[in-house]
Ligand binder design. Structure first.
Ligand code: MG
Length: 204
């Protein structure tokens, strides 16, 4: 089963069988080559309550509650290669919608669910400037902290970085999805702001 374009679904991070975050998104494309999901500026989504550094404790203990917040980075297109351990986020500025760059999120391969797709973040990220001339690792300290907390083994942390290195090679080669013209993508004008679908909070 695949989702048709325009379907409102939920893109969730799930940890220890519980929802960690829930982003309502609109399906742009769902094929064996690419899952593309649209997360509009201003979308109301769910995140763990508390500050970012408390997140490490929540993940270690398995205790957290969700709160509603607003997606403020700007319009975002999530480009997810099926079976691969990363997503590439194309991002536009909230004010004038100029293309600001690519955010590579290292994460578990997306799993298809009855309400959308599930995965879990793997802490390490890469920021890529428009034009692909500059890129930089982000949150290496977060990966180290997660490894110290026992969330990732040394082998897992190495695999996460290796996936990042594969994406860096694609950036340097100006390969897909970086060469596919997504910078000029725009949502159809009649797409409403997505909300969370029924069942967004049920896992498994
Ligand atoms: Mg990340």
């Amino acid at each position: 089963m695949t989702w048709s374009a325009g379907s409102p679904i939920v893109y969730r991070e799930v940890w220890q069988g519980k929802v960690w975050t829930a982003r309502p998104v609109v399906v742009v494309r769902d094929t064996s080559q690419l899952i593309a999901l649209y997360l509009p500026y201003g979308t109301r989504w769910r995140v763990p309550a508390g500050d970012r550094m408390a997140y490490f404790d929540y993940l270690r203990t398995g205790h957290w509650t969700l709160t509603e917040t607003t997606w403020l980075p700007g319009d975002t297109l999530l480009l997810i290669p099926p079976g691969e351990a990363h997503a590439v986020h194309a991002m536009w500025a909230p004010d004038d919608r100029r293309f600001v760059g690519w955010y590579v999120n290292l994460q578990e391969p997306a799993r298809r669910t009855a309400v959308g797709f599930d995965f879990m973040d793997q802490e390490l990220d890469i920021w890529v400037a428009p034009g692909l001339s500059e890129w930089t690792w982000k949150d290496e300290d977060h990966l180290a902290r997660a490894q110290a907390d026992g969330r990732f083994s040394a082998a897992q942390a190495e695999a996460i970085r290796a996936e990042g290195e594969r994406v860096v090679a694609r950036i340097q080669a100006k390969a897909s999805p970086f060469c596919d013209g997504w910078e000029t993508w725009r949502p159809p004008a009649d797409w409403p702001m997505p909300g969370l679908p029924e069942g967004w909070d049920k896992v498994g």
